[in-house]
Design a protein around this ligand. Structure first.
Ligand SMILES: Cc1cc2nc3c(=O)[nH]c(=O)nc-3n(C[C@H](O)[C@H](O)[C@H](O)COP(=O)(O)OP(=O)(O)OC[C@H]3O[C@@H](n4cnc5c(N)ncnc54)[C@H](O)[C@@H]3O)c2cc1C
Length: 391
């Protein structure tokens, strides 16, 4: 980095990397990550899906606006025309019981008229597109055609490559232990650092702005800075990769990918991963910020729910993991500062959409933090995401 930093981003997951990249276009940025390597918490544990129509209205708008931005990022930051960041895979929103039917009707009605909205499909069409489902189990369905798998780690690496090109510095093993308001901005103290781009060891930085992109820890960081928390609740979610005795059942004719199946109330979902099936029970168990671990009951529930509607013979798992999806009360992200604490900016609360919404959310966040205009392709007013909405 050529100049001393004037802005610190705390957190090296997708939130921190993406906002640091956008801000490094106009500011001298230092990114601080507590762990020895970047992106080991939520960002490394996602289901890696891009699903227009997922989440609250502002989140859905951010996801849709991110679509073309993924392609632009791949062109700009994935050297040598590497694999695309998005690989198409439709999503089938499926109802299997009364609650599922109610959720499906609500979902289709709420999203009707939105760009890339799911369209209702007959059970016959759903079974043709997704023959892995048991015919008697399905009661109703909707289809999102424009959804995709995201290469989440390639996206993260692209942002890190891009922020370095823009002159920003990354320090890993650099846990922020104190954030204090000063006359001109903020003093940020770091316990130690393995010094990926900079010098190792404890350090303190005097900067004009701090961006709190610490994921599940965002309120811990805010409290450290004596800034009122935003009421973030980390919710544990589990994923297991199950063995499929007859993997040929995961293939659809005509070279079409098997859709990802999401129970309409998000009580479980599954998608093919090569010869295996990635399954989640859609759990949302409140947890402390930390290194989330899967519990056996959640893994068993995921297998049981997917088995009940497919009959694939799911009995054993290859691997499983869990991560935290952190939400505030209205389940939309929190972007910006409070007037009483100028220069302390939240970039948190991405919940279950931090990957799929990252390109648009980071561009919007950088506009809010630098006081610039929100790009015209992002139809979300900053006021919708401001931390002052909790006042
Ligand atoms: C099972 C699961 C499935 C998901 N599926 C999807 C999906 O399909 N699509 C999608 O878009 N999203 C999905 N998500 C959500 C997505 O993963 C998150 O929204 C996103 O990763 C959040 O990124 P983050 O950078 O805020 O958090 P993190 O990746 O957790 O990064 C926060 C970082 O801050 C660091 N940090 C904390 N405190 C400090 C400190 N004091 N000093 C320095 N660093 C600090 C942490 O070490 C951590 O690395 C899923 C999440 C889970 C758990």
């Amino acid at each position: 980095m050529s100049a001393a930093p004037d802005l610190v981003v705390i957190g090296g997951g997708i939130a921190g990397a993406s906002i640091a990249y956008e801000l490094a276009a106009s500011r001298s940025v230092l990114l601080l990550e507590a762990e020895p390597t970047l992106a080991v918490h939520s960002t490394a544990r996602s289901a890696a899906t891009y699903i227009p129509g997922h989440g609250t209205a502002p989140v859905r708008a951010l996801i849709t606006a991110s679509g073309p931005r993924f392609a632009a990022l791949a062109g700009a930051l994935c050297d040598g025309g590497a694999a695309p960041l998005l690989t198409p895979r439709p999503v089938l929103w499926a109802a299997f019981d009364d609650a599922g039917e109610r959720a499906l009707h609500g979902l289709l009605a709420e999203r009707a008229g939105e760009p890339d909205a799911p369209r209702p499909v007959s059970t016959a069409e759903a079974l043709r597109r997704c023959p892995v489902l048991r015919p008697g189990a399905l009661r109703g369905a909707g289809l999102t055609e424009v959804s995709a798998d995201v290469d989440a780690m390639a996206l993260h690496q692209a942002y890190v490559r891009g922020l370095r090109r823009r002159g920003a510095t990354v320090r890993t093993g650099a846990r922020v232990t104190a954030v204090r308001a000063t006359a001109g901005g903020w003093r940020v103290e770091v316990a130690g650092s393995t010094g990926v781009d900079g010098a190792a060891g404890a350090a303190a930085f005097e900067v004009a702005d701090v961006v709190d992109a610490a994921g599940a820890w965002a309120d811990v960081v805010a409290t450290m800075a004596e800034v009122p928390p935003i009421g973030l609740t980390p919710l544990r979610r589990t994923i297991a990769v199950a063995r499929v005795p007859d993997p040929a059942r995961l293939r659809v004719g005509g070279g079409m990918p098997l859709p990802m199946v999401v129970e309409a109330g998000e009580r479980f979902y599954f998608k093919a991963e090569g010869e295996h099936l990635l399954v989640s029970p859609g759990d949302e168990t409140p947890a402390e910020p930390g290194d989330a671990r899967p519990c056996d009951l959640d893994v068993a529930t995921a297998l049981e729910r997917a088995e009940a509607v497919t009959g694939l013979g799911l009995r054993s798992i290859r691997t499983s993991w869990a991560g935290l999806r952190s939400f505030v009360a209205d389940r939309s992200p929190v972007v910006g500062s409070r007037p009483e604490h100028p220069g302390f900016h939240f970039f948190a609360g991405q919940g279950g959409s931090g990957i799929e919404s990252a390109p648009a959310l980071a561009a919007l966040g950088a506009a809010v933090i630098t006081g610039g205009p929100v790009p015209a392709d992002i139809p979300v007013a900053p006021a919708v995401l401001t931390p002052t909405r909790f006042a």
